[in-house]
Design a protein around this ligand. Structure first.
Ligand code: PRP
Ligand code: URA
Length: 206
């Protein structure tokens, strides 16, 4: 299952972040803002518990999030989305999965893994701006499931049909949220029109 977040506020920021003229400072700010909006949608059905809150005037029946949230940025570009989701749910735990795409095979190579035990039983939110071939996302989900994760959501900024299909084939239980489902991949397996190399644009390394 996947969902494209078509809200005008998200689409406006997407237009800005795609622009080749957008520098790394603004790119980072936009990645944070877009992530907050997408996560807001992605978490709309999260379980809550009823609590009584004493206001200065009386008792209010309120609702608080009733899940352990574990955010998993895929290094390195996923780091660029972390502030956005932490500003929405500051109490989230954070686990890290380090993956890069081999330049020749385009397949993911794992170089780091540090996950909190709450991935088992909690809601795991995998963040990575680009879901291209889907190899990196599938590898991250494989690692999470090997640690017992059962509730996994993927939040990306841009994806394409090939990537969605690969994740759905491997993990049909995982929901994907994105600001855009672009037309496809080029010969270098970059998303077209996409936004280029997200890690380089976030961190100014190009
Ligand atoms: C990018 C991106 C994803 C991956 C997407 O990372 O951030 O992790 O590629 O491609 P896929 O869906 O085909 O696997 P990259 O390998 O460039 O590493 P970086 O984040 O360190 O720049
Ligand atoms: N990684 C990126 O950063 N961008 C793409 O379009 C594909 C993979």
């Amino acid at each position: 299952m996947y969902e494209e977040i078509t809200h005008p506020c998200v689409q406006h920021k997407l237009a800005l972040i795609r622009d080749i003229k957008t520098g790394h400072k603004e790119f980072r700010e936009l990645a944070t803002e877009i992530t907050m909006f997408i996560c807001y949608e992605a978490l709309k059905n999260i379980s809550v518990k009823e609590v009584d809150v004493e206001t200065p005037v009386g008792t209010a029946k309120c609702h608080k999030i009733n899940e352990d949230i574990v955010v998993i940025p895929i290094l390195r570009a996923g780091i660029g989305m972390l502030d956005g989701i932490l500003s929405l749910i500051p109490s989230s735990r954070v686990g890290f999965v380090g993956l890069y795409r081999d330049e020749v095979t385009k397949e993911p190579v794992t170089y780091y893994e540090r996950l909190p035990p709450q991935v088992e039983g909690g809601v795991c939110i995998v963040i990575d701006p680009m879901l291209a071939t889907g190899g990196s996302t599938v590898a991250a989900i494989d690692l999470l499931k090997a640690q017992g994760a059962q509730q996994i959501v993927v939040v990306c900024i841009v994806t394409c049909p090939e990537g969605i299909q690969r994740v759905e084939n491997a993990h049909p239980d995982v929901r994907i949220y994105a600001a855009s489902i672009d037309s496809g991949l080029d010969e270098k397996k970059y998303i077209v029109p996409g936004l280029g190399d997200a890690g380089d644009r976030l961190f100014g390394t190009s």
